[in-house]
Design a protein. Structure first.
Length: 189
């Protein structure tokens, strides 16, 4: 239902009575300007309402080919490789003690990532959308918890830990997720 708008050059100012203000009981309305009301479903841009359409099997296959998902296992593998590369670079620049710390920093990202990849790719987590969402959230909290515990235990596990090297490797490995997203975006084009 479209409510007529008030134009001061054409119409005299309306008296605001209960009949002049649209009733929100049928449809939600919002004030747009003085004397103008618009309901949420008004289409001022001329775009038609978008309805949900089910895809055919062929359309779904084409969509998956055009927009493939990235395996969490591949992301974890790339994180591990980047962690080893960072540790090698740190070994060249700062020595073997810092390289061990950098490897442990990479392990603080890779090991929890492996646990999460295993959890979200299990058959149980794919039963339905609700279970998948809860499963993802639980595995994400678990991943963060394991990472925090590994960081707290770093001084006990790594003798004479180099925190800058550990944190640099940890940061670089975490940021590999962004590279994976960019990698996915470049494949679409």
């Amino acid at each position: 239902m479209r409510v007529p708008t008030y134009n001061p050059t054409v119409l005299p100012k309306p008296h605001l009575t209960s009949a002049a203000v649209p009733s929100p009981s049928k449809q939600p309305v919002t004030p747009v300007g003085p004397g103008t009301w618009r309901s949420w479903d008004d289409e001022e841009d001329g775009a038609p309402d978008r309805e949900f359409k089910s895809l055919t099997r062929e359309q779904a296959r084409e969509l998956r080919e055009r927009d493939p998902s990235i395996s969490p296992w591949r992301v974890v593998l790339v994180q591990a490789l980047v962690g080893v590369l960072v540790a090698g670079l740190v070994a060249l620049l700062a020595g073997p003690r810092a390289a061990v710390s950098a490897l442990y920093g990479a392990l603080c990202v890779v090991l929890p990532g492996l646990l999460m990849a295993r959890g979200i790719t299990s058959r149980f987590s794919g039963l339905n959308a609700g279970v998948a969402a809860v499963s993802f959230m639980m595995w994400e909290f678990g991943k963060i918890g394991v990472s925090v515990v590994m960081l707290v235990l770093a001084p006990k596990i790594v003798h004479d830990v180099s925190w800058p090297a550990l944190l640099v490797a940890l940061f670089v490995c975490i940021k590999i997720y962004w590279v994976a997203l960019l990698w996915r975006g470049s494949k679409k084009r």
